[in-house]
Ligand binder design. Sequence first.
Ligand SMILES: Cc1cc2nc3c(=O)[nH]c(=O)nc-3n(C[C@H](O)[C@H](O)[C@H](O)COP(=O)(O)OP(=O)(O)OC[C@H]3O[C@@H](n4cnc5c(N)ncnc54)[C@H](O)[C@@H]3O)c2cc1C
Ligand SMILES: Cc1ncc(C[n+]2csc(CCOP(=O)(O)OP(=O)(O)O)c2C)c(N)n1
Ligand SMILES: [Mg+2]
Length: 640
Amino acid sequence: MTTLSSPPVGPGTRSGNAPVQSPPPKNTAVRTDQVAELQVVEKKVDANGLPILGAPPGLTSRYIGKNGSQILIQMLADHGVTDAFGYPGGAILPTFDALYSAKINFVLVRHEQGAGHMADGYARATGKPGVVIVTSGPGATNTVTPLATAYMDSIPMIVFSGQVRTYMIGNDAFQEADVTGIVRPVTKRAYLVKDVKDLPRIINEAFIIATTGRPGPVLVDLPVDVTTTKIETEVDDTPHLPGYRPRVLGHSKMTKAAADAINASKRPVLYVGGGAILSNAWKEVRQLADKANLPCTTTLLGLGAYDEHNPRSLHMLGMHGSAYANYAVQESDLLIAVGARFDDRVTGNLKFFAPKAKIIHVDIDPSSISKNVKVDVPVVGDCRLCLQDIISGVQYIERKEWFDQINEWKKKYPFTYLDNTANTKPQAIVEAINKVTQGKAIFATGVGQHQMWAAQFIRWSQPRSMISSGGLGTMGFGVPAAIGAAVGRPGETVIDIDGDASFIMFPQELATAAEYKIPVKIAILNNNFQGMVKQWQELFYGGRLSYTKMVNPDFAKLAEGFGVKGIRCDRKEDVLRVVEEMINHPGPCVVDFLCEKDEHVYPMVASGKALHEMELGVVGKAAANQAPHANAARELGTLA
Ligand SMILES: Cc1cc2nc3c(=O)[nH]c(=O)nc-3n(C[C@H](O)[C@H](O)[C@H](O)COP(=O)(O)OP(=O)(O)OC[C@H]3O[C@@H](n4cnc5c(N)ncnc54)[C@H](O)[C@@H]3O)c2cc1C
Ligand SMILES: Cc1ncc(C[n+]2csc(CCOP(=O)(O)OP(=O)(O)O)c2C)c(N)n1
Ligand SMILES: [Mg+2]
């Protein structure tokens, strides 16, 4: 039977049933140098290719004598939860009391938003759902941004929030907020538990909804009288989700049509997104590209699904993607989208997007299909399973002309920059990090230029190694997300490539890293500006730098104040040595890399422009015109 990832669903001792719950998996370290070994949680699928969502209905006595808080802690273990993040407060105190003696690795954060981003980073790095426990009112509302961040990028996460007693709801009680109402638009599902007898079923449903189909965040609001009341009778904990049957196996007609179209194509492009990471389909992506001989580009969230060292790689496409990926998409006769949602940062002006291409779209969410572009071959299902079917039908086709053209673009339009200032160029810092790690680390980012340079200048080869807020673009994400990733994959190098403005939105979680000795490395590309916004002001607002200059603290001293090693690096000759020092430091470490402020990210597709109308920047243009090889721009010196 074919399987795919999902958690066990908590049966236990049912009337007439033996216990069938297996012990939760141990949280083992994952080695980034072995892509194939990266954790893939297996899950059963029924004969129709639909996920098996739960045990057969039946009453169970396993919760009798336990209150809501104890049930929650027990069920987290049932669902294989080994780590959770959160912060206490009055309405969630009963649950924190139960946590006191629980075996879970609980990380006390400094701000509930931090807990949410940590859980998100944990989920992206491990494939397991991130779990958050917070109090009512402000504790819960502080998770709104992380929920929206996870929702936009389809990240499985469950927030358990305290709530005032059920009979106080609506009374403007102390720390009451209508949290389910507030988060509904940014969650896959939001529950208010009104009776402890519903709690076991709701927890099972929450895990199913968060982790199956198109994953996403779920919130479960827990009034104090639910978490303190004991269950006295047998209850039915079977998930009841009659309308929820996400389709995972692609229709065989469609997978065959997709394979036929690939075989017939002269100029195909494989366009891989975050869905390929979410479905653990990186082996299949690589197999398809190899077997059918397809050039492959990825989105920001798909980075690492394909090995960028492979000559077939076109690297990232889109607004700040490679010129060769964008040209290839525009010239292609077939675009094979796998777990990607044709985001506007990828397509540019939709009217002129991939004008010559037939489009295959593999996606688990039917509402994604033909949402932004008209799809010719829709394949609704899980990437991993659908690709397996498609792979079986494709043939190797040489496509020499197409690859010759692509290689010419690659030579002519490399990602490039000019090292022509006394200050360090931010790209050089990313290049140094790439050189020292060989791309074999987990990278988190903030949002801005540094995020794009990370995407461009790290050579991605490892799935679940890019932890970045794509859809919402949440500044402040980097530090907590890196901490969450490090909790999920202990023993691995985790580096947050951050911006100064993004970092200062969330420095307080350094205290969490220091307390728990979580050895995250934070490389701040400090241009003393909200660089990405400055870039737009310079390009489109006449250089009026309205409120984008940052007057920053001494980040190294700030780190030291938190008990974290801080280093300041203001000379370009020191960059490589400092990167090594940062990575070799055994504990958490912040490096304030002072760098050039007047650098722009190129290529850039301005809004309203088609992908092929991208700006290459002065250096990129010079490279293209003068010296058609990868290091051209650096050799051009003052020509730029
Ligand atoms: C400053 C900034 C600049 C950016 N510039 C770029 C850029 O130049 N290029 C770029 O690519 N992005 C860029 N982004 C990111 C961009 O905004 C989007 O987040 C990103 O492109 C979306 O990636 P995706 O299409 O892979 O979609 P995701 O959001 O990862 O969507 C995943 C898709 O896969 C589907 N899916 C989920 N699970 C499965 C499964 N099991 N099987 C099948 N399908 C599944 C979902 O239904 C969804 O349609 C930028 C972001 C910022 C903040
Ligand atoms: C919470 C939040 N507020 C505002 C923005 C808009 N925004 C996008 S990038 C950016 C500047 C980021 O500056 P920095 O972190 O220093 O990165 P840089 O671009 O300089 O590398 C801003 C303000 C955002 N994405 N998120
Ligand atoms: Mg900055």
